[in-house]
Design a protein around this ligand. Sequence first.
Ligand SMILES: [Zn+2]
Ligand SMILES: [Zn+2]
Length: 416
Amino acid sequence: MFLPVGQGAFYCERFKCSCSDRTMNFVYDCGVLLRDCGSPDVKLKWLENVIDSVFREGETIDAVFISHLHEDHISGLRHLARRCSIRKIYLPSLDQESRLLMLLNYVTKNLKSTNCNNDGMDDLTGQVLASDDLSGNLQRQLNADAQVIPVREHGDSNEGAKGLELRGSGLFKENVEGLFSDWKYKLFCIKDDNAVRKVRTDLLAVARKYLDGKVDGDFPEVVAELVRRVCNHDNTHRQDIVDEICKVYQDTIGGAHFNTHSLVVYSGCDNSNGALNVKMCCPLFVTCLPNGCINLPPYRSPYCFPYSSNKVGCLYTGDFNAKDYWSDLHDSNCKKEWNTIGCVQIPHHGSNGSYHDDFLEMEAWHVISAGLGNKYKHPSLGVLERYYNGKKPFPIVVTQEPRSIAGWHIYPKKHG
Ligand SMILES: [Zn+2]
Ligand SMILES: [Zn+2]
């Protein structure tokens, strides 16, 4: 289910077990952008209402997968952890450099949008990124018993380098018979080295200007010093440094958000034993254009649309940079599963900078999460034009409009 929270992401999967009353729940991201347009409190309340409508008080969530630590992907986690009992939380492990670059991006973006009043260090993102112990920080912040498991980046020579594959008892606490017995989750994360390279030179130039020669240390130390300077209220050049750093991120990576790692999750089964019944439910097709979002009558779907398919897997991409790392996604990590993907989240709210043309060739439902009236103009017109020019159906855009919710119900074919 792709839930209607606006500029953010909140997706959940629920397995009903034939052998007991217990359902198994999996969540991918749980957040909405708070400091966009409108009141942060209202948006958080809205997100919390959506969480409450999906999960009962005290319900168990078997695993939460966090794509990355940006507010629009995690701001609902505190409420989710209060309301539900979360067993496991998976998040990308960040090296020190990536953590500090994300933190610097986060605090400067907040300081700029609040005219240097609030650096965001008290928010969940700021608190988790505050030190290298991301798992411990998150556990403390959520005050939950959940086991927090970092997923190492692809290419890391340490254990777990090739991502994680969860299935069977590692995935389900209870036995699941029949249809879902070979269901699995495949998790992997790839460091966006391109993004790091792009900001490095320009950040060093800013550091040279403001850090009085303290740029001889290694790069993470320079970034840490920049974080200290911008978080120091007494720093006279604070506003100038903030402006220049924001400009570096904006100019070099072509956007305000620095996404070095985004955990990609494949959910599905290798062998569905032939076609399954699927019911696709999407009350409203929404398409967003730069001047606003509309629902297009020709594409309006019936409330529920049944069909039969053996492509019942789903690929969740968070804010993954598919443009630069397509082969890691397609060739290295999901080759075997590719033809079972019946639904794909188009990454980074449909931004042009993260889109790869080969998405167009995927015969699957394409879903984008983007808030109505978001200031980033997501989804990008360039992305939508590709669908139009390629004569492909537009992606489903899930917004904060309740009827834009999109869900799939998968069930076995009845015998006889
Ligand atoms: Zn992000
Ligand atoms: Zn995002």
